[in-house]
Design a protein around this ligand. Structure first.
Ligand SMILES: C[S@@+](CC[C@H](N)C(=O)[O-])C[C@H]1O[C@@H](n2cnc3c(N)ncnc32)[C@H](O)[C@@H]1O
Length: 321
């Protein structure tokens, strides 16, 4: 684990290890340490698992976990903990992909189509901007994604692409600064990423974006919330059906000092009710368009008049004199 990443209070691995101690781990060839009555309690009549029950298969024997899986992510310093999004990655696309794919095409599609050198997708997540860039351009695409869970979904998606598109995409399992890309692109896109970066991480990103871009290249970034919410703000994800199950969730954003605490809750329902429920907490730092513009000017960028959607800030890397 890298310095500054001892942030996870809990996670799937740790819970499984804890459980091994609590439930009495079964050795190979021995029967399950979980009492049969408890197993029966945990199994539903229809064969589905009850809410809050997870199974850790270790040494060939199942152990049962009777609590819910929550992850609290402490405010990061400059590096992204590699295990953030460990909960959200599973639900990210089922709850958000369709609407966001349309938004991504609208916000960045025209700029991507004009790219002549390369596109960098910073905080690529499960790959919406990356895939759109491969489809709408002929250039090399760099997907920068430090979180393992999000990158797993991204890699699965990229692996299914035709070989001509796969040949053009590189995945960097780091922040942009750690990826150390120089003069590889004429377009850098940060979609739904800057909001989650601390001021220090943003400054590191501006410097790294300046390195990745050639002079005259463009940085497009989706703006974070301009200010702290005065009261809690709720967003409900529309329910999605998949086979016998329904998926849903909601997000609550609240002010916490200078940051926004964003708690996301997910649930899965079967025919007889709630099957499981998970939470994950993220942190955001508000900033106005003019704050960001001033910061970017100090890193060699000028505001571009070419982009008109108010959700996005477009800046261009100054040409050398
Ligand atoms: C809210 S998600 C958005 C993902 C994707 N852009 C989308 O909109 O679907 C933010 C992403 O930024 C990534 N991230 C966080 N800090 C980063 C950094 N310093 N550099 C690059 N990516 C970062 C996270 O791992 C996460 O996948």
């Amino acid at each position: 684990m890298r310095p500054g990443t001892s942030w996870a209070r809990s996670g799937p691995g740790r819970r499984c290890r804890d459980l091994g101690v609590r439930a009495g781990r079964a050795a190979p060839g021995r029967s399950s340490p979980v009492p049969p009555a408890r197993l029966a309690l945990a199994r539903r009549a229809d064969g589905e698992r009850s809410a809050g029950v997870r199974w850790c298969h270790r040494y060939g024997a199942p152990s049962v976990l009777l609590d819910m899986h929550s992850v609290i992510v402490e405010p990061p310093d400059t590096l992204t903990p590699p295990d953030s999004y460990a909960v959200s990655a599973e639900f990210y696309d089922v709850l958000q992909a369709q609407d966001d794919a349309r938004r991504v095409r609208h916000l960045y599609g025209p700029a991507v189509a004009k790219a002549r050198l390369g596109v960098v997708d910073v905080g690529a997540g499960t790959g919406r901007v990356t895939l759109m860039s491969l489809a709408r351009s002929e250039v090399g695409v760099h997907a920068v994604e430090p979180a393992r869970a999000m990158r797993a979904a991204l890699m699965t998606r990229l692996a299914a692409l035709p070989s001509t598109q796969r040949a053009r995409v590189s995945v960097h399992p780091h922040t942009l600064g750690e990826a150390a890309l120089h003069d590889v692109a004429d377009l850098v896109v940060c979609h739904n990423t800057v909001a989650c970066l601390s001021p220090a991480a943003r400054r590191a990103l501006w410097a790294a974006a300046g390195d990745a871009l050639v002079p005259g290249g463009t940085l497009l970034l989706q703006l974070p919330p301009a200010r702290l919410p005065v009261e809690d703000r709720h967003r409900v994800f529309p329910v999605q059906r998949m086979g016998r199950h329904e998926y849903g969730g909601r997000m609550v954003m609240s002010a916490a000092g200078p940051r926004i605490r964003t708690r996301v809750e997910y649930w899965v329902r079967g025919t007889q009710g709630l099957l499981r429920q998970h939470t994950e907490t993220f942190w955001m730092w508000p900033a106005t368009r003019s704050d960001l513009t001033a910061d970017l000017r100090r890193h060699g960028f000028t505001v571009s008049s070419a982009h008109h959607d108010p959700a996005v800030l477009a800046v261009t890397l100054r040409q050398e004199a």
